[in-house]
Design a binder for this molecule. Sequence first.
Ligand code: PMT
Length: 325
Amino acid sequence: MDAVDDADQLPETAKNDVTSFFESAPPLKDAAETEKSLKEFVDRNASLSVNGKANRVVCVTSGGTTVPLEKRCVRYIDNFASGHRGAASTEYFLMAGYSVIFLYRRGTCQPFCSLLPDDPLLECLSVADDSTIEADPLHAETVKRAITETRAAVADGILLKLPFTTIFEYLQILQLISASLRGLGPSAIFYLAAAVSDFYVPWESMTLHKIQSASGPLDMRLAQVPKMLSVLRNEWAPMAFYISFKLETDKDILLAKADMALKKYKMHMVIANELSTRKEEVIVVTEQEKVTVRRDSTQAGAEVECPLVELVVDRHSAYIKKVDP
Ligand code: PMT
């Protein structure tokens, strides 16, 4: 399955849903700044091209989006995701030579930080004397790696970290990313591991102040978030390589749902995972195959993202060869 053709264009109603979502969303803070960083990042990677082919770039989305219930938000609906999948995958993509745009939920797992304890500030640092703070020897190596690897990747222009909290921010930044990656054609991957809200309160119908409990039970109608996979794949960056994720808690419906997503949204790969086993194994579903990818349980600290990213890189290479020989 290659780039989409005219017959695959989005129906008018889907386009209208997307337009009205963006028109009614609150303006993205720092949009100009984000666009500027994206442009610099992509230009730099385009200039690193080898044999006329752009350097490969992957957009990894990570963590869950929130849906605010009030404009001056006190309460919100959240989506489950620790961000581990996205953060670990980012590390393996960097090792494989890709540059990574890491679109992550504020406060979730970060690349190179998975071995840090839950409260790194208090658990990794100690006060040596009045003016010196040093890393606790127990965690010194982990802290050193987290800092040096992250700073080096950012300074070398191969890692760009963009945070989001709400569904509005997530989709607006994703749109900016797709506009900047469009020119890279098949060299770009979208690896959509974020857990994205399916329902939201439209900004114009949202109350300004904190909802009062004295008014009795809360009766609220949520609108459906347009499935952005369609618009991303069909309109925003149609030549890119697409990987979406499917999470279920009932393994009996998992593969059928993944197959459906593959066909409906014309993904190149859908990665199916079940909540309780998601760190042990995933099933990669494509048009041609279903491959179970497992963590190497004989190796301490081995992660399922290692063989998973290896497989993605292999299939992405085959895709580039096919559409841009
Ligand atoms: O972060 P961890 O704790 O490590 O967990 C990782 C994970 C389990 C969250 C991850 O592996 C995963 O499965 N992510 C997708 C979760 C999910 O079920 O998403 P979904 O069924 O709501 O959406 C499926 C796909 O559609 C996703 O790729 C999403 O980016 C996309 N989507 C969803 C809603 C929407 N309105 N538009 C979209 O494009």
